[in-house]
Design a protein around this ligand. Structure first.
Ligand code: S0N
Length: 274
């Protein structure tokens, strides 16, 4: 039996719920009528929430999910698909889910996809880019692009191939089949499959376990795992973290202090580790 939790609303949005519980932020795509398909409004709201999560000191782990028991996310909302992207309320076509994908990968905190039903098309890519995926037994995974007139040749393909291998990634994209949660587990696409009623309990337990560990260590591991795959952008993130750590040292402080005190810095007192 699932445990009842008091999730507190962090901020009100139109298309998403953004809630907090015990160090965990939960972002829920709240368009169950359309199997939680996203519009430009949905994705810009997720971006805004992720920015908040990055800045907020009280948030340690982020959970991304969909409302209801049918879908995590069914990708871009076909009702607003126009020439050049998904058309927002301003009439401009956009593919701004790409910004969300990049944010999920670069936010220096673990992101868990809590997949509670269909993760399809651009919705599948969203779970792929999360650090971890916990799925309910009724979850179904797949890409539809070549069948419905789209594709994601970015993280949705290359990172997918890193996870499931080149042959399987090509199968997923070329054949546009749907895969059960069990099949997804067997191909390493998800971390764990649990009954629907215990999905949130399991996700919260994983989050709480990670929260017992060093946030900085988790941050560096995430940056390192990304850096291997993300080229110069990945190295920039890892290097940024190295700079942050360097700024925490007395040696770095000495440089700044010496400049302000108009003297030569004295580096001699700092250890040169072998
Ligand atoms: C999810 C599916 C399998 C669920 O089937 P089920 O349970 O039988 O429900 P339905 O009766 O089909 O659906 C219920 C209602 O929900 C609507 N709906 C479902 N999905 C969407 C959707 N994606 N957009 C709009 N509406 C949706 C149905 O129409 C139905 O409404 P009513 O009751 O009025 O008929 C099944 O629904 C399904 O297969 N859905 C479509 C899944 C799909 O093909 N998704 C891909 C969409 N495209 C992308 O995601 C492209 C991504 C992309 O464009 C991209 C590429 C590269 C870089 C960026 C992007 C980007 O997105 O920005």
């Amino acid at each position: 039996m699932s445990q009842k939790r008091e999730w507190k609303t962090i901020k009100e949005y139109q298309d998403i719920l953004f809630e907090f519980y015990n160090g965990i932020a939960k972002i829920t795509i709240n368009r169950p009528r359309y199997r939680n398909a996203f519009t430009p409004t949905t994705t810009s709201e997720i971006s805004d929430a992720l920015y908040y999560c990055r800045e907020c000191q009280d948030i340690n782990v982020i959970v991304l999910t969909g409302a209801g028991d049918k879908a995590f996310c069914s990708g871009g909302d076909m009702h607003v698909k126009g020439h050049g992207g998904y058309i927002g309320t301003d009439g401009v076509p956009r593919l701004n889910v790409l910004d969300v994908q990049k944010q999920i990968r670069s936010i220096p905190k673990p992101v868990i996809a809590m997949v509670n039903g269909y993760a399809i098309g651009g919705g599948h890519v969203l779970h792929v880019v999360c650090d971890l995926t916990i799925a309910s037994e009724n979850a179904i995974f797949g890409q539809t692009g070549p069948r419905v007139g789209s594709f994601d040749a970015g993280f949705g393909s290359s990172y997918l191939a890193r996870i499931v291998g080149q042959k399987k990634a090509r199968e997923i994209w070329f054949l546009c089949r749907q895969y059960s949660a069990q099949e997804a587990l067997e191909m390493g696409l998800v971390n764990k499959v649990v009954p629907f009623d215990s999905l949130e309990d399991e996700v919260v337990e994983w989050a709480e376990t990670m929260m017992q560990h060093s946030p900085l260590a988790l941050r560096m591991i995430k940056a390192g795992l990304n850096a291997e795959l993300d080229g110069q952008a990945g190295i920039q993130e890892l290097a940024g973290d190295a700079t942050m750590l360097y700024y925490m040292t007395e040696e770095a402080q000495e440089g700044g202090r010496a400049f302000l005190e108009k003297r030569k810095p004295d580096w001699s007192k700092f250890p040169k580790m072998p």
